[in-house]
Write a protein of this length. Structure first.
Lengths: 471, 198
C-alpha cells in the first residue's frame, strides 16, 4: 500500500464491494438522498420485484423539486405535483425512510439539507437522483447524481454499478479580488473547460482559493462540477470541514467522532498522486462572471463582451442558435443589458452566505421598480437564519420579499416560471433554453451580481456598488 | 426494470446536428411529474417540437416526415445537464433504440444503457459522414452491430468500431439489468455493510 493515491481513490476504493472484469465496480453507498421527482418509478420497480428498501436508515427523503414557494401550509394546487408528493410520503412510510415533507422544520433543497443535518460526511459515498449531488463533495465525500434505474439499484441493494471515473485536479492559487465569489470561480472554470471539458472525470479542487473558501463557498463550487461535465467534484476535508459538521443531527458523536476524525484527516491526495488531467488557473485573474448564452460554459467576465461566433468554441451554428434564443448580438457588451427578473436561490446559491452577500449589496438601496425578484431560501434552517441575523429587515427595507424554501425557479417545475422572452439574472446553475420556463432567458451569476441587477434593473458590475468590502 | 433485448439494428435515422443538446431540451422539467414510466415520448424535445399553443413547429426534424427511424444521430455532448432518466425514457418511448454522437454526457449514457437504449460514440469525422449521408439520402440505413461493436452505413465501405464494456454488452443482448446482478450479491453486500459505519 505504498502507492500514492488521490483523495478520490481513497474514498472510492474503500467502497468497492466487487470489481467486475471488463465492467463496472460495485460501489457501496453510505447515504442515499431521495426526492419526489426521480424516485416514484424506482419505488414501483421495488414493488414489482416484491422487495423492500434494503437500508432505510441509510436513506433520507425530502420534497423540494416541485413544491410551491408560497403558502406551503395550504394543499398543493397542482394535482400532478400533489400526486408526486403524496407518492413520496407513502413510499417513505411504507419503507420506513425518514421523510421531511413540506412544512417540516428540516425541509429544504436536498443538497442544502444534507450538509445542514450532518448527513453529508467526509469520506462517505453519497448519491441522489439529481445531478447536483456533486455539492456534497465539498466535504470530501464522493457524491454524484444518478438516474432512476440507479435509484432503484441503491434502494434495493445499497450499491451502484459504476465504472471508476478518471481523475482531474483543478488547482487555483492566488487571492480572489473584491466582489469575486465562489460562483464566479466556478463559472470561470466552466467557461475555460466548456460544459464537456470534465466529462468522464471526477474533479478535485485544490489550491489556496479553495482552502480559503468557507464550506458554503466550497459547496457552490462542487455543486457546479456537473456543469463542466464532471460526475462530481471534491475538496479535501480540513479544520473548517470538521468545525462545520460537528454537532449536527446525523454527525457521529463521542467515541464515533473520535474514531472518525483520524480517518477523515487522512483524506487528501498524496504528494505524488497521479491525475489523468491537471489544470491550473490564477485566482487573481478571475472577475465577477455572467453568462450570455444557453449553457453554463457560455460565460464572460462581467466587463467583457459576447464573443464573435468565429471566435467561439464549438459549432458556429449551435452558437448562433443560442444567441438568437437570448436575442443578444455577437460583440454586445453585457454591462447595461436590461433585465426583468432576479432569482436568488437553488442548491447552488441558496445558503445563508448567499443571502448575506445579496443583503450586503442591497442594504440602503431600493429594488428597481420593473424588476420582479424571487428570493428563495434553500431550506427552513436558512430561512430561520435570515430572520435571526436581521437580513430579512434589510431585504424588506430594500423592497424585497422572502419566499418559502424549494428548488423553485431553478428548474421551474412549480409555478415559479420566468415568462417567455423575459431576462432573469439567476444564481442557479443552468441557463439552458426554457430551463426557467418556456422561452425564459437566463443569465447565470453570483448573488452579488444578482443583487446589483435587482437594484439597478440592468446588468451591473457589483464592484461599482459595493460600499464596504465584501469578503 | 427489465427491457427489450438489444441485438443488431439496421434502420434509417433522424439527424439532429446540434451540439450540447441538454436533457432539459430532451424533456423539459415540467413534464417530469408522472409517477409511472409511460407517455414520455409525446414530450420528447417538446419545446423544439411544438409552439406554446401546442401546434407543431414545422422546421423541427421530428415534424419532418422525410426523416424517421430507430436511430437518432446527434451532435457532440448529447444529453448534458440533469440526471433525469426521463430523457432516456422519452427517447425510448418515442421509438429510438440507439443514439449516435461523437460525445455523450456521463449520466445520460448510463441511463440509456440501463434501459436498453444503445449510445454509440463515434469519431467526429464519422459523425460527419453520417450526417452527410442522411442529408444526401434520408432513406440511408445505418447498421449497428452490437455483437461485433461496429457501426456502418448500409451499402458503403464506411464503418467504425465503438466501445462498450463486456458487462453492459451482455446485459443489453440478454435484457438483464443491474439489479438482478446486485440482488445475487446480497450476502457479500451484507458483510460489507456490517464493516461500514453509518
Amino acid at each position: 500500500m505504498s502507492a500514492s493515491r488521490t483523495l478520490f481513490d481513497k474514498v472510492w476504493d474503500s467502497h468497492v464491494v466487487r470489481s467486475i472484469e471488463n465492467g463496472p465496480d460495485v460501489l457501496f453507498i453510505d447515504r442515499h438522498l431521495v426526492h419526489e421527482v426521480t424516485s416514484p418509478v424506482a419505488f414501483r420497480g421495488l414493488k414489482s420485484r416484491g422487495i423492500k428498501v434494503k437500508y432505510p436508515n441509510r436513506t433520507f427523503a425530502t420534497a423540494d423539486h416541485n413544491t410551491p414557494t408560497i403558502n406551503q401550509h395550504l394543499p398543493v394546487q397542482d394535482p400532478l405535483s400533489a400526486n408526486q408528493l403524496k407518492a413520496l410520503e407513502e413510499n417513505a412510510k411504507e419503507h420506513g425512510i425518514p421523510y421531511w415533507g413540506l412544512g417540516h422544520e428540516n425541509n429544504g433543497i436536498v443538497h442544502v439539507i444534507g450538509p445542514e443535518n450532518g448527513i453529508t460526511l467526509p469520506g462517505a459515498t453519497i448519491v441522489c437522483g439529481d445531478s447536483h449531488t456533486s455539492t456534497h463533495g465539498a466535504f470530501g465525500a464522493v457524491a454524484f447524481g444518478i438516474g432512476t434505474s440507479e435509484v432503484e439499484m441503491v434502494l434495493a441493494s445499497q450499491c451502484i454499478m459504476q465504472p471508476k471515473p478518471r481523475k482531474m485536479r483543478i488547482t487555483i492559487d492566488g487571492k480572489l479580488n473584491t466582489g469575486v465569489t465562489p460562483k464566479d470561480v466556478a463559472l470561470y472554470i466552466i467557461s475555460q473547460l466548456s460544459t464537456s471539458g470534465a466529462t468522464g472525470y471526477f474533479v478535485e479542487y485544490a489550491g489556496e482559493v479553495f482552502r480559503d473558501m468557507t464550506m458554503e463557498g466550497r459547496m457552490t463550487v462542487c455543486n457546479l462540477s456537473i456543469e463542466m461535465g464532471a460526475r462530481g467534484g471534491m475538496i479535501a476535508p480540513d479544520e473548517k470541514t470538521f468545525e462545520y459538521i460537528q454537532g449536527r443531527t446525523f454527525t457521529p458523536r463521542g467515541d464515533a467522532w473520535e474514531k472518525a476524525l483520524p480517518y477523515w484527516t487522512s483524506l487528501y491526495s498524496d504528494e505524488n498522486a497521479v491525475f489523468d488531467k491537471e489544470v491550473e488557473y490564477d485566482g487573481s485573474a478571475i472577475e465577477p462572471m455572467i453568462t450570455f448564452g444557453t449553457n453554463p460554459g457560455m460565460g464572460v467576465g462581467i466587463q467583457g463582451g459576447i464573443p464573435l461566433a468565429k471566435e467561439a468554441k464549438g459549432s458556429p451554428s449551435t452558437y448562433k442558435k443560442s444567441l438568437e434564443y437570448m436575442a443578444f448580438g455577437e460583440g454586445d457588451s453585457m454591462i447595461g443589458k436590461q433585465i426583468d427578473y432576479v432569482f436568488l436561490g437553488s442548491c447552488t446559491n441558496g445558503r445563508i452566505e448567499d443571502f448575506r452577500a445579496f443583503a450586503s449589496l442591497v442594504k440602503g438601496k431600493k429594488k428597481a421598480d420593473h424588476v420582479t425578484a424571487w428570493l428563495v431560501p434553500g431550506s427552513h434552517k436558512v430561512e430561520r437564519a435570515i430572520k435571526e441575523e436581521g437580513i430579512l429587515e434589510i431585504l424588506t427595507e430594500a423592497g424585497f420579499n422572502l419566499r418559502e424554501p424549494g428548488c423553485s425557479a431553478c428548474l421551474a417545475m412549480n409555478d415559479d416560471k420566468i415568462p417567455s422572452g423575459k431576462y432573469a439574472v439567476s444564481t442557479s446553475n443552468r441557463n439552458f433554453e426554457g430551463r426557467q420556463g418556456p422561452g425564459a432567458r437566463t443569465l447565470l451569476a453570483s448573488p452579488l451580481v444578482a443583487a446589483a441587477a435587482a437594484v439597478t434593473g440592468k446588468v451591473t458590475d457589483p464592484r461599482t456598488l459595493l460600499e464596504t468590502e465584501y469578503a | 426494470m427489465a427491457y427489450d433485448k438489444f441485438n443488431n439494428l439496421t434502420s434509417t435515422a433522424v439527424p439532429l446536428p446540434l451540439e450540447n443538446v441538454d436533457t432539459d431540451q430532451i424533456i423539459p422539467a415540467r413534464f417530469l411529474k408522472a409517477t409511472e414510466r409511460k407517455g414520455f415520448g409525446d414530450n420528447l424535445f417538446r419545446d423544439w417540437r411544438y409552439n406554446q399553443d401546442d401546434s407543431p413547429k414545422e422546421n423541427f426534424v421530428l415534424n419532418n416526415p422525410t426523416y424517421s427511424g430507430k436511430i437518432l444521430v446527434a451532435g457532440k455532448n448529447f444529453g448534458s445537464g440533469s440526471s433525469r432518466e426521463h430523457a432516456a425514457w422519452a427517447i425510448y418511448d418515442y421509438g429510438f433504440r440507439c443514439v449516435v454522437s461523437s460525445f455523450f454526457a456521463d449520466i445520460f449514457r448510463n441511463n440509456c444503457l440501463n434501459i436498453g437504449v444503445l449510445p454509440v460514440q463515434v469519431s467526429p469525422e464519422f459523425l460527419d459522414v453520417l450526417f452527410k449521408a442522411i442529408e444526401a439520402d434520408p432513406k440511408a440505413e445505418i447498421c449497428v452491430d452490437l455483437t461485433n461493436q461496429k457501426i456502418s452505413l448500409s451499402g458503403s465501405e464506411d464503418e467504425e468500431s465503438f466501445d462498450i464494456s463486456a458487462y453492459k454488452k451482455e446485459n443489453l443482448t440478454n435484457g438483464f439489468d443491474d439489479i438482478d446482478y446486485l440482488l445475487n450479491m446480497n450476502e457479500e453486500i451484507n458483510d460489507f455493510a456490517d464493516k461500514t459505519p453509518l
